[in-house]
Design a protein around this ligand. Structure first.
Ligand code: MD3
Ligand code: FE
Length: 217
């Protein structure tokens, strides 16, 4: 019998939210390590920075970076997408091939992602408050998220900030696909659990979020 050449993939599990699928351990450890090496190499020339809240100017508790033709940025006048990294005056580095393949495998969308936002939860205080991802035109496209490193407590709510919410854990190698009715739900990261993974040198969590920004022509 010929050997099946398609890699063994975890099956998605439901999260209790329509349109949100969790693939536990989608990437094996070797693939996670390879991505960390690649990401760190890119950061030698395009350093992560600490974003600030629009208007108030309050610094976030995480660092961010972008890959791809459009980067998600926080500016004094609001959030949005930009083709150039203001800090370097250069386009953002390309999205790593492994992440483009990941999108092809799980997104079920006829166009590639344009933004890979990198969130670095690099201190025990790092978190992300409840918010909605609504700066994209292509709201029919899912958001695909890959977690690396320390486990986090992730929170998903409803369509108003005060709606009831539920939390679950995201561990290294887990992939979350958020689409359909849930694309505009409130969500956030309550906290990371220090020491829960040895993957990231120096500890912490890295989240990679793939998004389609413009409507495909
Ligand atoms: C659920 N990042 O960058 S990714 C973000 O882990 C962001 O760093 C989080 O939220 C992180 O905007 C979560 C998973 C995710 C992304 C979008 C969602 C979950 C979502 C949209 C609706 C519901
Ligand atoms: Fe988000």
């Amino acid at each position: 019998m010929p050997k099946d050449e398609s890699p063994e993939r975890a099956n998605p599990v439901g999260t209790g939210f329509d349109g949100i699928l969790l693939y536990p351990g989608f990437l094996e450890e070797a693939a996670q390590r390879a991505l960390i090496v690649e990401i760190k190499a890119v950061f030698e020339t395009s350093s992560p920075y600490r974003p600030h809240m629009p208007r108030t100017g309050k610094p976030w508790s995480i660092h961010q970076a972008n890959f791809g033709p459009l980067g998600w940025v926080s500016r004094p006048d609001g959030y949005g997408y930009a083709p150039v990294n203001e800090a370097t005056n250069r386009p953002w580095p390309a999205i790593p091939e492994a992440l483009l393949r990941l999108w092809d495998e799980v997104a079920d969308y006829p166009a590639p992602p344009e933004c890979c936002l990198v969130n670095l939860y690099d201190t025990p205080k790092s978190r992300m408050g409840l918010h909605r991802d609504e700066d994209e035109e292509a709201l029919d496209a899912p958001v695909v998220s890959l977690s690396l490193g320390d486990t986090c407590v992730f929170r998903v709510g409803g369509f108003a900030r005060s709606d009831k919410s539920a939390s679950f854990r995201l561990s290294s190698g887990d992939v979350l696909v958020i689409g359909g009715a849930s694309r505009l739900r409130y969500h956030g990261v309550d906290r990371v659990i220090p020491g829960s993974s040895q993957l990231v040198p120096g500890g912490g969590r890295i989240n990679l979020t793939l998004r389609r920004v413009t409507k495909p022509v």
